[in-house]
Design a protein around this ligand. Structure first.
Ligand SMILES: O=C(O)CCC(=O)C(=O)O
Length: 505
């Protein structure tokens, strides 16, 4: 179906903003889109990607043979766009070669059928009657092909705590779960590719993360619904959201649907869409398309992740409420089910924010003394880390007030973590990213691993001697860090803290 036909019957309100990425600074991107949770199309920053050369043929179509020759053996998940399984499309596993074979045959068949009907090759409508329409999704390409650098993550999307963390740790540590989900939860950096007509049903992203999606070739039609209208695509019990907005929607089942006002965008080759947290969207490939797509979160949308987890936790609990009395450990079962459905549970999230707190503390300490005026927050990276700590504290306060996280069996001793080589890798990776983001050079002889100097720099052994076992501990730990650095914080950070504290009290 063509774009015009697809959109018939939908209320459309406005067009997506487009900006030239070469003329946009990181600070502007944060202020205009990230912090405001607004979508945008960024142009002009994919020119030198290897993917844009190797993966596209001279006519601008996917270079399918390149994929079977170089990556043919990979096992990937293929969605059958014509079938629905629960809230998503049914998937099957195939090798990339098998998928490419299917795609080449489909294109040849279309050309043959169309040629015999009209002799017009320019119409590329897919005549796939009766044949399945298959879409390769969620291919963990970066994890699988570490040597082949297809692209570099644009600066705007580089403050990515999710993939940074997953490069060092598992999000959930149950061995049984890990075995089943080894690949699917290893990271959130994907390649998508599929023929014209393939599509993704209406959804909001995993963990309510942000995503960015870059078109290497082809065009995509996106329809977005802002978070304040999302209730309109839910059924009357607010349980399930609509699957396909272009179906004949049953008004008594989805009474709000007609009122929804959609933001549409046709994304072209070499354009990147920034998808904010909690925006529902449905996506259609208007041509044969390849795209690269990451999910990510950071200080600006951390509370979206927490809110989702709390909602999913309550749902998980409600579902098994009737077996509470016969369960040995009801709470553990809730947490297991939450991790299985959502990809992490409350304890995983708590462990994640605790480690990110420590990593930001290290970042601050590494800057302390390394800056000209001895004020760490005159360095943009350190300033960034203070903002991160403020955001983590805000979420920890929410946790504390919902009384949900009593982290049984898990406590983090600061000194032990600071000596853990895996944690030191996380710190190095964070530091490298922030240096790039803020175009900073290295300080002194820091190698990102020399963290023995954290107590010295903090001048406060009680911080390093702390043990964090629940949100209350974490809050007071962050308070002590911020207190320690308070005399060195610049005015904007001090007023941020004051504002934050008055909102809390
Ligand atoms: O490209 C697609 O088919 C879906 C992409 C998507 O939903 C996303 O990036 O969030």
């Amino acid at each position: 179906m063509e774009a015009q036909e697809l959109k018939k019957g939908l209320k459309l309100g406005g067009k997506m903003e487009r900006v030239n990425g070469k003329e946009l600074s990181y600070t502007e991107f944060v202020a205009r889109y990230l912090a405001k949770n607004q979508p945008v199309v960024v142009t002009g920053i994919m020119d030198d990607w290897r993917a844009c050369k190797d993966w596209v043929d001279l006519n601008g179509h996917p270079n399918l043979r390149f994929f079977s020759t170089h990556f043919g053996k990979s096992k990937v998940q293929i969605a059958d766009c014509g079938s629905q399984e629960f809230t998503d499309q049914r998937t099957i596993e195939m090798s990339v070669s098998e998928f490419i074979e299917y795609w080449v045959t489909l294109n040849e068949e279309n050309k043959r059928v169309y040629h015999s009907v009209s002799g017009d090759y320019s119409d590329t409508t897919n005549h796939y009657d009766g044949k399945p329409l298959l879409y390769l999704k969620d291919w963990h390409f970066v994890k699988e092909y570490t040597e082949y650098v297809a692209y570099s993550t644009p600066l705007f999307f580089n403050d990515d705590w999710l993939n940074l963390y997953l490069d060092e740790y598992h999000m959930h540590n149950d061995p049984e779960y890990q075995e089943q989900n080894e690949v699917s939860c290893s990271d959130y950096r994907f390649v998508y590719m599929g023929p014209k007509g393939t599509w993704t049903p209406l959804h909001a992203d995993v963990f309510r993360s942000y995503s960015w999606s870059a078109n290497v070739c082809g065009r995509k039609l996106w329809l977005f619904l802002p978070p304040d209208q999302c209730h309109l695509v839910f059924d009357r019990y607010m349980k399930n959201s609509l699957y396909n907005i272009f179906d004949n929607v049953n008004e008594s089942k989805f009474p709000g649907f007609k009122k929804a006002v959609w933001l549409e965008c046709t994304q072209l080759k070499n354009e990147i869409i920034f998808v904010p947290s909690g925006w529902y969207h449905q996506v259609h490939n208007l041509e044969d398309t390849i795209s690269i797509n990451h999910n990510w979160f950071n200080a600006y949308n951390l509370d979206w992740v927490w809110n989702l987890l709390v909602g999913d936790y309550n749902e998980a609990k409600e579902l098994i409420e009737d077996i509470r009395d016969i369960c040995d450990d009801f709470e553990a079962l809730c947490q297991r089910n939450l991790a299985a459905n959502t990809g992490m549970n409350l304890l995983d999230f708590f462990t994640f924010i605790t480690r990110m707190t420590f990593a930001n503390l290290v970042q601050l300490c590494n800057h302390h003394g390394g800056c000209e005026d001895n004020s760490p927050t005159s360095c943009p990276s350190a300033h960034h880390s203070v903002l991160n700590l403020i955001s983590i504290r805000r979420v920890a306060l929410k946790m504390n007030s919902t009384c949900l996280v009593e982290c049984r069996g898990s406590s983090s001793h600061v000194q032990h973590i600071l000596e853990d080589p895996v944690f030191l890798e996380l710190c190095s990776a964070l530091r490298r990213r922030y240096e790039k983001l803020h175009e900073e050079c290295h300080h002194e002889n820091d190698d990102g691993k020399s963290l023995v100097n954290v107590p010295e720099r903090l001048n406060s052994a009680d911080i390093v001697g702390s043990t964090i076992s629940n949100s209350e501990n974490l809050i007071s730990f962050i308070n002590r860090i911020l207190g320690n650095f308070l005399p060195l914080l610049d005015d904007s950070l001090v007023s941020e803290l004051v504002e934050e504290n008055s909102a809390v009290s």
